[in-house]
Design a protein around this ligand. Structure first.
Ligand code: SF4
Ligand code: SF4
Length: 683
């Protein structure tokens, strides 16, 4: 009788679960296709590292709390690791329980033998106890510590309670009291099967979706937007995202893989400066939209949504007519993103938040024609003059006056095309960086030329601001010019130009070997083509470092280059001892606030991103903050000036620091030569 009752319960639960899975599969099949099946071994490797070893969870920087001891903060970010492994081990015990429901004589001990079986049972007991302790901590964390963004919700309470009850009933099943054991057994299997069926409708859908999401993660170049087909007659065929169906199945899966850990939001510069953007919420908005459009919607969805969020919120959430873009996710949210990639970097399940934000921006610009006024001016500048500054295109070579910089027409066989960029050509401050870079390249014997008046904006500001049409116009023109001149190698002054030409121009037929100038300068320094004097005063007054470095997001996070600028800075007279890292550095660097077209937009909400970063720089006591991006230079220069620190802190590009050191070396050599000439000679 017990077996029959259990078999019926199991069959009903599995049928229900299969029905839910089918709903999800139908939704994914209705989505845009995307190929994510290449490199299977690398994908398995990702699963081992990031799912089973929880690499990102374990390595993640703890966000310190001012209210609680460091250990509590540390536990807050690491306890998931314990829950995860506890869950894996306990699942083995739960599987045995379910099989025993059908075959009462089954036991893992029969398969593993007495010794191994005993070890396994012992481990399950230990993990059950540990998970119970961690669940108590999880309740304490949500109710007492109340971390920003991780509130105690009904859904979380239900899930945590279910896990705790599974542990308690597991112990109950193994007592010597037969009545308690029987009651616990039934309670355990009912909770287990209910939990399985509730999962995909709860925030804990990640328990099922995280593994495939990690397996199907993007193994290619990061931060490359899919190319829109602007030739298509039908808007749906262009690839512009209009709603849930226009995201790829992988983007949809992202929505269900989110663990709600809030790491992305905690590292987001927009969120940290009071903007309405939370990348976690953007992912949840997409998930909510998907739920509202799920096939076979019915009373079950309403019931669950009401249980989780209350009647009013459920009605709003499940309203299929509520638009995603500009509705569930507001325009203000979408325009606040600097596309810095900090969110994606820390996400333990490889969700691509910036791509979703940019795809929704494309909809705002290309479909809804909702463009903030300051961006509209930038678009006009790009259309009319080929640069966002709006300065006449005929002034593009003014920076090079008197320098004798050759164009590719002068030197068609030059090894490198030096891509100057609009900031380097039109902004008075950044023109000096370009001149310094030319000086350094010449000193290093680099054979280079520029496009001169034929260079146009790469289109990066337009693409990141959602204007794919303008981007493709700009980019196509550049690709045609570069291909006509048979360009092979490019060195860029700007990381945004690097990213666009290197990673996005191939979509338009432009395939070039592209390097950032710090990568080339590093090579010049390491091969001895550029020499700098060895310093004798590596530290500033009171032992403070002389130099610190601000990582540009498009060089570091998007293109993985953290070492080249640091290697060049180490070779400066200040040396390694005179250098200090900023607290938020490398992959956890904090944006300057200029990316994603934000350079051209007023920052009206909250505090300024560049002020946040500047305060961190000033706290180091460094005399110079080195940069490797013109936009960062401009933002930090403004930040330092706003903090009245321009007299004591210089904002200089790596190329300018190298040029200064070369000059110093020449001075020292000149003085030494004079001294040698003036010294009396012995006869
Ligand atoms: S890309 Fe940067 S600014 Fe945009 S959501 Fe992510 S962390 Fe925030
Ligand atoms: S998107 Fe990623 S980082 Fe953000 S809350 Fe979800 S799982 Fe965490």
């Amino acid at each position: 009788m017990r077996r029959v009752a259990f078999a019926l319960l199991l069959a009903a639960a599995l049928a229900m679960f299969a029905w839910t899975l089918r709903r999800f599969l139908r939704m994914f099949l209705a989505a845009r296709p995307e190929s994510r099946t290449d490199q299977p071994l690398d994908r398995v490797d990702s699963v081992l590292r990031y799912f089973f070893a929880q690499k990102k969870v374990v390595e993640e920087t703890t966000i310190p709390s001012k209210r609680w001891p460091r250990f509590v903060s540390w536990m807050g970010s690491k306890y998931h690791f314990l829950i995860f492994w506890g869950f894996i081990v306990i699942t083995i015990g739960s599987a045995e329980t379910l099989i025993q429901g059908l075959f009462p004589t089954f036991s893992l001990r029969l398969i593993l033998g007495d010794t191994l079986g005993a070890v396994l049972y012992h481990m399950i007991d230990v993990f059950c106890a540990l998970v119970l302790a961690v669940i108590v901590f999880a309740f304490f964390r949500r109710i007492v510590l109340q971390p920003r963004l991780i509130p105690m919700s009904r859904d979380a309470a239900a899930i945590l309670s279910a896990i705790a009850l599974l542990m308690v009933t597991y112990f109950g099943m193994h007592t010597d009291n037969p009545v308690l054991a029987e009651v616990s057994w039934w309670a355990h299997v009912v909770i287990l099967l209910a939990f399985l069926n509730y999962l995909l409708y709860s925030k804990h859908s990640h328990i099922i979706a995280a593994l495939p999401n990690i397996y199907f993660r993007n193994l290619g170049q990061r931060g490359v937007l899919p190319k829109l087909n602007l030739e298509a007659d039908d808007i749906a065929a262009t690839g512009v995202v209009q709603g849930w169906k226009d995201f790829t199945w992988k983007s949809q899966l992202d929505g269900f893989a989110c663990t709600e850990c809030a790491r992305c939001t905690n590292f987001c510069p927009a969120y940290n400066t009071g903007k309405p953007l939370s990348p976690m919420q953007v992912v949840h908005d997409l998930r909510e939209d998907l739920r509202a459009h799920m096939p076979d919607r019915g009373p079950l969805d309403t019931l669950l949504e009401r249980f989780q969020h209350g009647d009013a919120a459920a009605a709003k959430a499940l309203d299929p007519d509520r638009p995603l873009i500009g509705g569930r996710t507001t325009e203000e949210v979408l325009w606040a993103c600097t596309t810095c990639g900090a969110c994606q970097e820390v996400c333990p399940v490889f969700i691509d938040q910036p791509e979703k934000i940019l795809q929704m921006r494309q909809n705002l610009v290309l479909v809804q024609e909702k463009v903030p006024a300051d961006l509209a001016r930038t678009f006009t500048n790009l259309e009319r003059n080929g640069n966002p500054w709006g300065i006449g295109a005929d002034k593009r070579m003014d920076w090079a006056e008197g320098l004798g910089v050759p164009t590719l027409d002068d030197r068609p066989d030059a090894e490198y095309l030096l891509w100057v960029g609009c900031a380097g050509a039109f902004d008075d401050r950044i023109k000096k960086q370009t001149q310094a870079l030319v000086e350094v390249l010449r000193e290093g014997g680099v054979d280079f030329a520029v496009l001169g008046l034929e260079e146009g904006c790469t289109g990066d500001p337009a693409r990141r601001a959602g204007n794919e049409m303008l981007y493709q116009m700009q980019a196509q023109q550049n690709v045609e010019t570069m291909n006509a001149k048979k360009v092979k190698k490019v060195v860029t002054a700007c990381p945004h130009c690097l990213h666009t030409i290197k990673n996005e121009y191939p979509q338009l037929g432009g395939n070039f070997e592209v390097r950032h100038h710090t990568q080339l300068i590093r090579e010049l320094v390491e091969t001895g083509k550029i020499e700098m004097p060895v310093g004798d005063a590596p530290l500033g007054p009171k032992g403070k470092p002389k130099i610190t470095f601000h990582d540009p997001c498009y060089l570091g996070r998007w293109n993985g280059e953290y070492d080249a600028p640091r290697a060049v800075l180490d070779a400066l007279p200040t040396g390694r001892d005179g250098f200090a890292e900023l607290p938020r550095n490398r992959d956890h660097g904090f944006c300057c606030g200029a990316g994603g077209g934000r350079m051209w937009m007023e920052e009206k909400i909250g505090t300024r991103v560049n002020h946040n970063r500047t305060d961190e720089i000033l706290a180091t006591g460094a005399e110079t903050v080195a940069t490797a991006c013109p936009f960062c230079t401009i933002m930090l220069r403004d930040g330092v000036a706003d903090r009245n620190a321009a007299e004591r802190v210089a904002v200089l590009n790596v190329s300018e620091l190298v040029a200064k050191s070369m000059k110093r070396k020449r001075e020292l050599e000149g003085r030494a030569a004079e001294a040698a000439a003036a010294a009396p000679t012995r006869t």
